[in-house]
Design a protein around this ligand. Structure first.
Ligand SMILES: NC(=O)c1ccc[n+]([C@@H]2O[C@H](COP(=O)([O-])OP(=O)(O)OC[C@H]3O[C@@H](n4cnc5c(N)ncnc54)[C@H](O)[C@@H]3O)[C@@H](O)[C@H]2O)c1
Length: 245
């Protein structure tokens, strides 16, 4: 097992990519804190059973982040892995984006990763090792129409990843990032019900299918395991070839 005796906090693990990652991590021997603002996180923890706890968490609130880290330390005594996965995506033309929508997207997708990292890094320094995986998006690498706040938050997360990787490499804290392409989850459900839009996404993806949550979970597993100890500050793009064209 790749994560035997490891402990992990996964944000947004009530659904989609986060949930698939939690289930995979559990199969690989990890003990897991499921942090989600939705009660769906409880179902993920129950499905895993032993060695998994749910805590209702809004990643954009420092107090919630404190409680999340505290639960991991109280239950497991250490924090080996942090997966900053919680995210939201809402679409508006830029010139019609309400300011509060911009703020909320940046606060969840970017500030949330900052707050959680800020909280766990001192523990990882004490432990002499740690892994942080940020879930960005190909929208952080290329432009997507009507997604100004989302693109900006995901591009910012890539920059934050590189910054943290450089700052904490000497502490043996690896910080990497994944840029998924179009993955079939609750986030994309509505878009993918639009047949024309789905077809356009399929045509933009050279690989002959769209992504599934498990495709990303395996990439997160690699960046969370000792197999990637010499990899830091990188963006692993898992998009079926979308950005290779
Ligand atoms: N689905 C895709 O095509 C795709 C592509 C690229 C990147 N991503 C990124 O992957 C990550 C996971 O997305 P997904 O597709 O699994 O979506 P999802 O909607 O299925 O899951 C997101 C989870 O995050 C939780 N969440 C949202 N805001 C939160 C907050 N403030 N605090 C705590 N939890 C919160 C939700 O409750 C949900 O459980 C996101 O960061 C998303 O931007 C998704």
């Amino acid at each position: 097992m790749k994560l035997e005796n490891k402990t992990a906090i996964i944000t947004g693990a009530g659904s989609g990519i986060g949930k698939a990652t939690a289930l995979l991590f559990a199969r690989e021997g990890a003990k897991i804190i499921i942090a989600d603002w939705s009660d769906e996180g409880k179902n993920t923890a129950e499905e895993i059973g032993k060695n998994s706890y749910f805590i209702k968490t809004d990643v954009s609130r420092a107090k919630d982040i404190d409680n999340m880290a505290k639960l991991c330390l109280d239950k497991f005594g250490k924090i080996d892995i942090l997966v900053n996965n919680a995210g939201i995506a809402r679409t508006f033309p830029l010139h019609e984006t309400p300011e509060e929508e911009w703020d909320q997207t940046i606060n969840v997708n970017l500030k949330g990763a900052f707050l959680a990292s800020k909280k766990v890094i001192p523990e990882m320094i004490k432990q002499g090792k740690g892994k942080i995986v940020n879930i960005s998006s190909i929208a952080g690498l290329v432009g997507f129409s009507q997604a100004s706040a989302y693109c900006a938050s995901k591009g910012g997360l890539i920059s934050l990843t590189r910054e943290m990787a450089v700052e904490y490499a000497k502490e043996k804290i690896n910080v990497n990032c994944i840029a998924p392409g179009i993955i079939e989850t609750a986030m994309t459900k509505e878009m993918l019900q639009d047949t024309a839009l789905r077809k356009s996404f399929e045509e933009a993806t050279p690989y002959p299918r769209l992504g599934q949550p498990e495709d990303i979970a395996y990439a997160i597993l690699y960046l969370s395991s000792s197999e990637s100890d010499f990899v830091t500050g990188q963006v692993l793009t898992a998009d079926g070839g979308w950005t290779a064209k």
